[in-house]
Design a protein around this ligand. Structure first.
Ligand code: ZN
Length: 112
């Protein structure tokens, strides 16, 4: 690309630096929930109910299907930064795309 605005170049380098700081990235969502089991006489069916849990569920989509895995509190502690990294990665990728559109619009003289 020809003659990119220095302001856009600086923004691109900032984004590249931030992208370079991401080591691992875990996709999906984590939800913590209390649950009922299948036993009719269980305490989780009493009034008021004493539910089982909390269960930490990690769900993600694999080839269009939702896959769920239970995590221990210790696993969640260890993996939490990687979930945050994945969110950050998506945000930075969106910023990079916006910036790249600005750069080609500026370089090509589009939108003037
Ligand atoms: Zn139960």
């Amino acid at each position: 690309m020809a003659a990119i605005d220095p302001r856009l170049l600086r923004a691109q380098r900032r984004l590249a630096d931030q992208l370079g700081q991401i080591d691992w990235a875990l996709p999906g969502n984590v939800t913590t929930r209390m649950m009922r089991c299948g036993k009719p006489a269980c305490r989780c069916r009493h009034d008021p109910p004493k539910l089982h849990g909390p269960y930490i569920q990690w769900t993600r989509t694999v080839e269009g299907k939702t896959v769920t895995k239970l995590l221990t509190p210790d696993q969640l502690d260890r993996y939490q930064p990687w979930f945050e990294n994945a969110r950050r990665l998506r945000q930075l990728a969106a910023e990079l795309e916006t910036l790249t559109i600005q750069a080609i619009q500026q370089a090509e003289g589009w939108g003037r």
